[in-house]
Design a binder for this molecule. Structure first.
Ligand code: 6PG
Length: 256
């Protein structure tokens, strides 16, 4: 994998616009090359403005929703109606507002027993990607966030799920949350064509510096283990999150 790319933008709005632009480029490229666009969305607060942009003109009209397959990088173990549900937030802000066929939406069933939900999602991935046993889905795009402890998706520091090499989906119990989560595993994240990591806010400055400039050993942060073998990782960060980087790229003006 090439080293991670870094774009520093003035604020979250500019990060969201840049992410929307890259989302659209990836979607168009995949639809032309392979007849469909496969994307895994992330949860949390950071991507919400991006989801609003994707659901608004002009992207609502431009994107190939009929050929877009939407998956999720992780999910909380709650029903879709729960305010904590990643799917619930994406449905409200994006999926209910664009002409995507319902069959193209693949949510993790957070309301079910975690282990069963993980197995079911793995089966859904295998079917959707036409995978044989041992195959790994190659997403055109995976969106990720970054937690203050360096977690991404629901891969938390010290989690056994980080050592998963066979399963595509895990259901780790997250001690610090006292809750189960559902998450794609590193083999899936590292098979992606493109990964965008969205980071914003001064509270992420320390972890972003560790992620991009830290030694990465002996126990690398989960985000540091996202290194697609044949793909790219690009961090789209705002100036506040980049404030403690020692080797920042030039802050880039947001596109007009
Ligand atoms: C989740 C996310 C998680 C998130 C980070 C950052 O389900 O919460 O997948 O990995 O991306 O915790 O969250 P914020 O964007 O809210 O800071």
């Amino acid at each position: 994998m090439r080293t991670a790319g870094l774009r520093i933008l003035p604020d979250l709005e500019a990060v969201s616009r840049e992410a929307a632009k890259r989302f659209a480029v990836a979607a168009g490229r995949a639809a032309r090359a392979r007849g469909r666009f496969t994307v895994a969305l992330c949860g949390g607060f950071t991507p919400l403005a991006l989801y609003r942009l994707l659901a608004a003109s002009p992207l609502r009209e431009i994107l190939p929703w009929d050929r877009t397959q939407v998956f999720f990088g992780d999910e909380r173990c709650v029903p879709p109606e729960d305010p904590a549900s990643n799917y619930g937030a994406v449905r409200a802000l994006l999926l209910s507002r664009v002409p995507i066929p319902p069959g193209n939406i693949h949510r993790m069933r957070g309301e079910e027993d975690p282990a069963r939900a993980a197995a079911a999602y793995e089966a859904e991935l295998r079917a959707a990607f036409g995978l044989k046993a041992g195959g790994v889905p190659r997403f055109d795009l995976i969106l990720l966030g970054l937690g203050e402890d360096g977690h991404t998706a629901s891969l938390f520091p010290g989690s056994p799920a980080l050592r998963e090499t066979d399963r595509l989906v895990a259901a780790p119990f997250v001690e610090r949350l006292s809750a189960y989560r559902l998450t794609l595993t590193l083999p899936v994240l590292n098979a992606a064509r493109e990964v965008l990591v969205l980071v914003a806010g001064g509270e992420k400055a320390a972890v972003l510096r560790e992620a991009l400039e830290g030694p990465g050993g002996p126990e690398p942060l989960p985000i540091q283990q996202v290194k697609p073998r044949e793909g790219s990782v690009t961090y789209l960060v705002d100036a506040a999150a980049a404030a403690r980087l020692l080797r920042p790229a030039r802050p880039s003006p947001s596109p007009a």
